[in-house]
Structure formats: C-alpha cells, structure tokens
Design a binder for this molecule. Structure first.
Ligand code: GDP
Ligand code: MG
Ligand code: K
Length: 295
C-alpha cells in the first residue's frame, strides 16, 4: 500500500469542540478557540502529515439555522464541503439525548453519501452510563458509519479517531509539503487571531458584530520586523468605545496579546497597529461580506 491522502471536514454546533479537536491533532494554534460561539468564520484548511498518510482538514463554521446573510453564507459553504470530502466528522458534545441543534444538522446530512463519523466529544465530562445512552440514540438513526467517544481537551481516544479517518483515505498524493499546516493566507489568520483577542477582552454583546481586516503586512527591509496594520470593524459607536477602553487600555491589551501570537505564527518580531471603525449592520451587507472574504 502506497501513500494515502484525503479530505475530511469537521462539522457540528458551535462550542462542541471542533477547533479544539483540530488544534489538538495538528498541534498548532491555527484555528481559533473560544468559549463564545461561531468564532471560526473562515474555512481553515489544516494538514496533518505522517510518514504514510496525509489528512487535509476543513474546519467549517457551524451548520445552524441562518439568522442573517452571514449565517446563510456559512451554511452554504459548510454543505458544499460535505459532498467533496472523503469523510465527515460530525462532532457533538456531552448530554443524554439528541438536542434540536444536532437534530437540525442531522437533517442536513440525510442523503449525503460521504461516510459520516459521529464524534462524541467531552467524554471527560460524562459517565459511562450517559455515554452509552447517547451512543444508542445516535446508533438508532443509522446515519453514521462509526460512533466514537473522545476528549479533544485531554486527548483521549484521539489515536483511534485518527486511525478511523485514515481507513477512509485512499491511495493518493501528498497534496501539501509536510511542514505546512494550513493554506490560509497569513493575513486571514492574523485577522482571526486579533478577533479572538477581542472576544477574550470584551463581553458577549460585542463579538458577533466584530470583523477584522488585515490591511497591511510587510516585512521591513532589514528583515527583523513585520509591520502589520489591521482595522477592527464594529457595528455600534458604543462598541467602539468598549473595544478601545479607558485611555485606550483595552485596545492596547488586545494588541499586545495578538502581537505575541502573531509573532509565534510568523517567527518574527511584529509591529502591530490597530484601528477601530464603526460600520453599521455590516453583517447584512453583501459588499461588506465580500470585502472580508466571505464571498
Ligand atoms: P467549536 O466552536 O466547536 O470550535 O468549539 P471550541 O473548540 O472553540 O471549544 C468550545 C469550548 O469547549 C472551549 O471552552 C473548549 O475548551 C471546550 N472543550 C473542547 N473540547 C473539550 C473536551 O474534550 N472536554 C471539555 N471538558 N471541554 C472541551
Ligand atoms: Mg471553532
Ligand atoms: K468556538
């Protein structure tokens, strides 16, 4: 048997642990982790390469009932990827029954011929009895080729999951060089890193209305420093005030911790400048969505 490769997509409700799982497998902080839902807006492709196989992961924004245009966009790209991949990982988390959100996603999965692996995540929070119950309920649906329980946070059962995924790969090329973990343009990753910091530094009412655009990314002539300019868009003037904070303190904190992550990503010193602008209702504007790369 020669080299195996293929594409896998990870779907599931917000906060079930998709990004944690991907980061755990890849071992680098590329996808964004947060307690707040829908952090991952861009389809980030991560690549996991071992001696005899390569798995290309597509991290899709959560499939959910769309409330506005951005939501519709996310559902569409999520559904498109389902048909194009070798296997779908449907991630759910702890509980004893199938909730309405998961039910909705399962309806979207009906009729799709790609093999679906159900991943019950967060087993570290469940007892065996509840896990068995949940397992049985999912098994009754006949929708899944396999059902596997894991803890993305603690790494439990991840090797079995990876072996399962590999069993669905076929002989194929090494699509990406092994040192490469993502094909996303660095600008998008940088913008996501800044957005993640905003989520950490502000309260619930702001995050969903925030978008970040990297407007400049340039290595200085002496090659010791990368200049990065980014604009943070928010929907309300009051939000702008909150993001900037008293005396600019909050924005400074956001900038500092984002810069540290970006420096690790790029392996270079970074000089980061941030601007905050108000753009009302950007989530419902088609042209604005295009500007942010959601077309
Ligand atoms: P996503 O929205 O599906 O990408 O979910 P995230 O990866 O951002 O995770 C959402 C939250 O669940 C975070 O607080 C994670 O730390 C937590 N989480 C993820 N996996 C596990 C797990 O296996 N066990 C526990 N206890 N928490 C987890
Ligand atoms: Mg995520
Ligand atoms: K999240």
């Amino acid at each position: 048997m020669g080299f195996k490769s293929g594409f896998v997509t990870i779907i599931g409700r917000p906060n079930v642990g998709k990004s944690t799982l991907m980061n755990r497998i890849i071992g680098e902080k590329i996808a964004i982790m947060s307690d707040k839902p829908q952090t991952t807006r861009n389809k980030i492709q991560c690549v996991y390469t071992q001696e005899d196989y390569q798995i290309v992961f597509l991290d899709t924004p959560g499939i959910h009932k769309p409330k506005h245009k951005l939501g519709q966009y996310m559902v569409r790209i999520a559904k498109d990827t389902l048909r194009e991949v070798d296997a779908v990982l449907f991630v759910v988390d702890e509980g004893t029954s199938i909730g309405p959100g998961d039910q909705y996603i399962m309806e979207q999965l009906e009729g799709i011929e790609t093999p679906i692996i159900l991943v019950i995540n967060k087993i570290d929070k469940m007892n065996q009895e509840d896990l068995n119950k949940l397992y049985d309920k999912y098994e009754e649906t006949n929708l899944f080729k396999h059902i596997i329980g894991i803890s993305a946070l603690e790494g439990a059962n991840l090797n079995n999951l990876i072996n399962l995924i590999v069993s669905y790969l076929s002989e194929g090329p090494k699509y990406f060089p092994e040192h490469m973990v993502t094909d996303q343009p660095e600008r998008l990753i940088v913008a996501e890193m800044i957005r993640e910091k905003i989520l950490h530094y502000t309260d619930q009412e702001i995050p969903h209305g925030v978008a970040v655009e990297t407007t400049l990314m340039k290595q200085r002539e002496d090659k010791n420093m990368v200049d990065i300019h980014a604009t943070i868009y928010c929907e309300r003037k009051s939000h702008k005030g909150i993001i900037i904070g008293k005396g600019g303190r909050k924005l400074k904190g956001i900038g500092k911790s984002a810069r540290e992550d970006i420096e690790k990503l790029l392996g270079s010193k970074v000089y980061l400048e941030l601007w905050v602008k108000v753009k009302e209702d950007w989530r419902n504007s088609e042209s604005t969505l295009r500007t942010f790369g959601y077309d």
